[in-house]
Design a binder for this molecule. Structure first.
Ligand code: MN3
Length: 406
């Protein structure tokens, strides 16, 4: 790995990145939404290792101007957007690469998504804010590598027409869905009996119901296998994340809920499985490393080398599986109920959960109140409008306002 990095490091330093002109046929031009977050920085690691095949057209960040400035100076994108305007002047001072056009504000983010100079949009925004960029990128003919699962959870029905039974327009970065996509290579959807999504079980997998009730923010942020952002780490602790992933798989692969299952697999080695009609079951395995699903989303259906650690089968390995306990993880059950109800229910589930998690992180509410707020929001809010971007946004606002006051 040291050798690998050293070689690419030398290629990088001996050739300025702007050498890779947009006219080069094999260069995939990327727009990374949320470049300073966990998925964004790992995407840039992949760009660093494959400068011949990938170029950065634009990067965007919400508030982290310091990291954004460093990324601009290193990757020299054509454009960069800081969504929150507060520190825009500091960003301008910190950027030394003057050829990058610096922009600020949320409208600029939506404009850049539509740019004709982008091939692939990596959407690693957090929450419902990622939905609009996903739909406008698909509308303008781009490939979307999707880490923002809320896009599918909230707006799956509106995104479904773009999926078309193929997987080359909207490619999941989520490790479970990437695993299913890898298992589906060369297979027909009609031969699929079941998708089996694995879950680590989070930090409370072995905790009793009584112990879970007293869980603190600190306890919930200790994820055993994956190093991720705060929102998704809390969602893993409540297993809301797995519920959202069932909904995500439902839209992505076009299968009904009764053909999607979740199973707890604490080692996070099997990233998901597919059961076929002849009883054969395929699993995709690997050590937990998000760079693999990120890179696969960029190379699909091809693969590229990746300098990473592998499972060592010469040492003793134990892979275990157990059912999801709905009693201790009510958020998982709420997600299944929401997709079953359809319409706006998944949007209400998502919005109220985002607010509940935010309030839990601020220590305004206790851990068990997260599921209580979501359940109350689902039963309280009703809407009979036709599903559209506008009506989804209205319901999203209403659910947030309600979840803030419960
Ligand atoms: Mn996942």
């Amino acid at each position: 790995m040291v050798f690998y990095r050293a070689v690419f490091g030398r290629i990088l330093s001996s050739r300025p990145i702007h050498h890779h002109k947009v006219t080069e046929v094999n260069t995939q031009r990327l727009l990374i939404l949320g470049s300073t977050g966990s998925i964004g920085t790992q995407t840039l690691d992949i760009v660093r290792a494959h400068p011949e095949n990938l170029s950065v057209y634009a990067i965007t960040a919400h508030t982290n101007w310091e990291t954004l400035a460093n990324q601009i100076n290193e990757f020299r994108p054509s454009h960069a957007v800081l969504v929150d305007e507060t520190h825009f002047s500091q960003l301008k001072q910190a950027v030394t690469h003057t050829q990058t056009e610096l922009l600020c504000g949320p409208e600029e983010l939506n404009n850049i998504v539509k740019s004709g100079d982008v091939d692939t949009v990596i959407n690693s925004l957090v929450g419902f804010s990622g939905f609009l960029p996903t739909i406008s990128a698909l509308k303008s003919g781009k490939k979307v590598a999707l880490a923002n699962k809320e896009s599918l959870v909230v707006g799956g029905e509106l995104l479904a027409p773009y999926l078309n039974g193929r997987y080359d327009r909207l490619i999941p970065i989520d490790s479970e869905h990437s695993a299913i996509l890898q298992c589906m290579a060369g297979e027909k959807l009609g031969n699929v009996e079941k998708l089996i999504i694995t879950a680590s079980g989070g930090p409370f997998r072995t905790w009793s119901k009584h112990q879970i009730q007293k869980a603190t923010v600190h306890d919930a942020l200790k994820h055993p296998n994956w190093d991720m952002g705060a929102k998704i780490t809390i969602d893993s602790a409540t297993m809301m994340n797995k519920g959202l992933e069932v909904i995500e798989a439902h839209w992505l692969f076009g299968l009904p809920l009764n053909q999607i299952e979740a199973v707890v697999h604490p080692q996070s080695i099997v990233h998901s499985m597919v059961l076929f009609n002849d009883g054969s079951m395929k699993a995709q395995m690997g050590l937990p490393d998000m760079r693999l699903p990120i890179q696969y989303a960029l190379t699909f259906p091809d693969r590229w080398p990746l300098a990473a650690r592998h499972i060592d089968w010469t040492t003793r390995q134990q892979l275990t599986f157990e059912p999801v306990d709905l009693e201790r993880f009510p958020c998982f059950d709420l997600a299944l109920q929401a997709i079953d109800a359809g319409g706006f229910a998944p949007a209400i589930l998502n919005a109220s959960n985002e607010i509940a998690v935010e309030r839990f992180l601020k220590e305004e509410i206790s851990y068990i109140q997260i599921s209580e707020i979501v359940a109350k929001s689902l039963s309280h809010i009703t809407n009979s409008d036709t599903l559209s971007v506008e009506s989804l946004e209205a319901v999203d606002r209403e659910a947030r306002a309600f979840a803030r006051t419960v």
